[in-house]
Design a protein around this ligand. Sequence first.
Ligand code: G3H
Ligand code: 13P
Ligand code: ZN
Length: 328
Amino acid sequence: ALISLRQLLDHAAEHSYGLPAFNINNMEQILSIMKAANEVDSPVILQASAGARGYAGESFLRKMVEAAIEQYPHIPICMHQDHGASPKVCQMAIRSGFSSVMMDGSLREDGKTPASYDYNVEVTRRVVEFAHAVGVSVEGELGVLGSLETGMAGEEDGVGAAGKLHESQLLTDPDEAAAFVEATKVDALAIAIGTSHGAYKFTRPPSDDTLSIDRIREIHAKIPNTHLVMHGSSSVPQSLLEQIRQYGGNIKETYGVPVSQIVEGIKSGVRKVNIDTDIRLAMTAAIRAYLVEHPEEFDPRKYFKEAITAAQQLCKERFEAFGSAGQA
Ligand code: G3H
Ligand code: 13P
Ligand code: ZN
């Protein structure tokens, strides 16, 4: 059944678990996530970016999620707009049937230039007004995502600030978070604590202080009823990178966010954990391996099946690690 983000995350908070929010663009990704959720009995957040709409088209996205709801009636599903760049985008998503939208006013409409606090409050407040009127949840974002190690936002994915960032921008300020929530009434808040989008998060293996878990605790203490969201939460498993390289891919050395640190984040108040890159890597590794090992095959179902199995395994591991397994 379709359910709002607020309902899902209220349950997660009450039972102290976190929910992965996986990005979807095509049927195979949706199938991977739903099969995994069905296997371990987890609620699901399916999120679609503007890029997803550009790829699949609004109708296909909507109908594919409807199909997931129909095929798995016992699993609560939230259909979430990821990184809405303007109130207009969020309005369109709501009209298209999304039960939750993110208004990312931390960046200007170009999705690159850091925006002022006042701009962020103004656009987010407007979205909350029309979204709440129809029972749709809203996620806002305060602070600019970027690595504390490099000062850089994630690259190559079209989401993230351009240029080197100051440490003050890279960690969400707890008092400002409290004021922002008070002014906008968002249900969930994406915070900057040292993660960034895409595969190239860290140049060295992460240590215990790669993320600012303390900052999560400080923010959670100020806004206990607003659900905290961690973007850029792919773990970039080294085994997948090795498999991609072994079968002809070319991905340079890079590291993601260890699952153990995400679990620490969940213990400190994070409820929604955004993951896109890891599914991309799992599918690519599986398809590369299959095509190299079966050069005579040309039926797309054969290699997509491998991709689904690999992504399903990854999703299952995240549902289990974050504690959402058994909560559907
Ligand atoms: O936060 C960004 C997500 O990974 C979506 O990426 O804009 O390429 O669909 P995308
Ligand atoms: P990753 O690139 O780490 O998967 O993050 C995805 C994300 O935050 C989507 O909003
Ligand atoms: Zn994101």
